[in-house]
Design a binder for this molecule. Structure first.
Ligand code: UDP
Ligand code: MG
Length: 367
């Protein structure tokens, strides 16, 4: 193991507590076996280039079925900089990223996809911008190689719609690829919502958020895990969690159509008074379908918000962790981990790092 001596010194009894790593790289991995090794190597050299040996790489296995977890375990066993986090099942990109952020202990945290579409080599530039005072440095996509015309067009239309709708300024054409300070990540971890749209939530936190333009590469290996269905779901999550404007639009649409209905009603009354009773199957059908269509859409908008309300009120844990792998050790993680405040999560992170415990809970956090 590359850092055995370093770690042994750090965890010697009576020694001053080891400082947190300067940077954590957090990557959600769902069936990423093909590219994982390359990703690990590129991250490692990016971290070393950016700031020496004080770093960790948190790889989150989001319920993969292709051997991603054994591969992560092998990396963790061979390199003390690697932290493997295994979720109990597939929670999706946004929650897996959240879990990774909760497990990271760095002073600065880089969130990045494991498929190498976002180059880890940008870390050095991001660190520099953060040295100059940024709280968040987010990647701004200037080019999206290897993505279909359809994906680019829908993404572009979506970002425009979102920036019109949302109350917080959400940068266009940015993904979740970003470097954040500890403070920003702790603030993020305090947000309890299940339907997460990370880029928007981080933007909502505020502070100095700086863009770093880059060309987005094609996937290194494997296929996208974001089929159209998931993209639409993320888009609706984004809109509903950052704006209630659609509800207002629904009200105004309803009002508009109610006015139209009044005009039509007046028209039919007048026609009736003048004795022109129209045998109007066509107009009747047109009006009925039009009005019920509008009603259903408005109800649908309503339902999107209501459904989310129902799910949020259940207040289930955000994610469930099967365990954490560091070096030769596998630590089980208490089921309430996702609910703990950042300071209590830190007690666990320290325990995993220092190998202080065999079991689940450090004394401070045990209840
Ligand atoms: N991912 C995940 N859980 C999922 C889907 C995706 O952890 O349920 C990870 C995936 O392994 C990758 C990142 O999220 O590291 C982004 O996914 P993907 O590349 O498929 O999305 P795209 O770049 O096509 O939008
Ligand atoms: Mg990708």
């Amino acid at each position: 193991m590359a850092v055995t001596t370093e770690m042994a010194v750090e965890s010697r009894p009576g020694a001053a507590p080891a400082p947190a790593p300067a940077v954590s790289v957090v990557a959600p991995c769902f069936n990423e076996i093909e590219g994982l090794e390359v990703f690990y190597r590129r991250c490692t050299s990016a971290c070393r280039a950016a700031g020496g040996t004080s770093y960790e790489i948190v790889l989150v296995d989001d319920g993969s079925s292709d051997g991603t977890w054994p591969a992560i375990e092998a990396l963790a066993a061979a390199d003390g900089h690697v932290v493997g986090l295994r979720l109990l099942r597939n929670h999706g990109h946004q929650l897996a990223s959240t879990a990774g952020l909760a497990a990271a202990m760095g002073e600065r945290i880089l969130l990045i996809d494991a498929d190498l579409q976002d180059p880890p080599e940008l870390l050095a530039d991001m660190m520099r911008l953060m040295d100059e005072g940024a709280d968040v440095v987010y990647g701004l996509r200037t080019d999206r190689a290897g993505e279909s015309w359809f994906k680019r067009a829908t993404a572009s239309a979506f970002y425009r719609l979102l920036s019109w709708l949302a109350d917080a300024p959400i940068p266009r054409d940015s993904g979740d690829f970003r470097l954040m300070t500890r403070t920003v990540v702790d603030a993020f971890l305090l947000m309890p919502e299940h339907h997460r749209f990370i880029r928007g939530m981080v933007s909502w936190i505020g502070g100095r958020q700086v863009a770093l333009p880059y060309a987005r590469a094609a996937r290194h290996a494997g296929t996208t895990k974001y089929p159209l269905r998931r993209m639409v779901r993320l888009a609706v999550d984004a809109v509903t969690s950052f704006s209630i404007r659609p509800l207002r639009v629904a009200t105004w649409t309803g009002l508009g159509f109610a006015l139209l209905a009044l005009v039509m009603f007046a028209y039919t009354l007048v026609q009736w008074a003048r004795g022109h009773v129209i045998d109007g199957w066509t107009s009747l059908m047109a009006a009925t379908t039009l009005f019920s269509g509008v009603q259903l859409i408005v109800l649908g908008i309503f339902g999107e918000y209501l459904g989310r309300l129902v799910q949020e009120t259940k207040n289930r844990p955000l994610f469930l962790v099967a365990g954490v792998r560091r070096g030769q050790q596998f630590h089980s993680v208490p089921i309430e981990f996702s609910r703990l405040p950042p300071s209590e999560q830190q007690a666990f992170r320290l325990a995993w790092r220092d190998g202080a415990l065999d079991g689940s809970a450090p004394p401070a956090a045990r209840r």
